[in-house]
Design a protein. Structure first.
Length: 72
C-alpha cells in the first residue's frame, strides 16, 4: 500500500476570532516531525473543524484554536 501525503493546510478554514496566536519559525529550525493518526472519520478537515470551533469541550481552547493543531 502506498502512503499518499497531501498538503491541504492552505485550504483549511481558520478561526479568525481565536485568542491563541501561533509562533512562527523558520523551517530550517524544524528537526523533528510528529505523525498524528486520526481514527474518528479519517479526515484532516474534521480534525481542523473540531480544533477551530469554539465549544466547552474543546480540549485545545473553549474559544477554539486558530487552526489545526497537529502537524505532520
Amino acid at each position: 500500500m502506498d502512503i499518499i501525503i497531501k498538503n491541504i493546510i492552505n485550504n483549511l478554514p481558520y478561526n479568525k476570532d481565536s485568542k491563541i496566536k501561533w509562533n512562527k519559525r523558520a523551517t530550517s529550525k524544524i528537526n523533528k516531525i510528529v505523525v498524528h493518526q486520526e481514527l474518528a472519520d479519517g479526515t484532516l478537515e474534521s480534525v481542523n473543524n473540531y480544533h477551530i470551533t469554539p465549544a466547552a469541550d474543546n480540549h485545545i481552547s473553549k474559544n477554539g484554536a486558530p487552526h489545526i493543531c497537529y502537524h505532520f
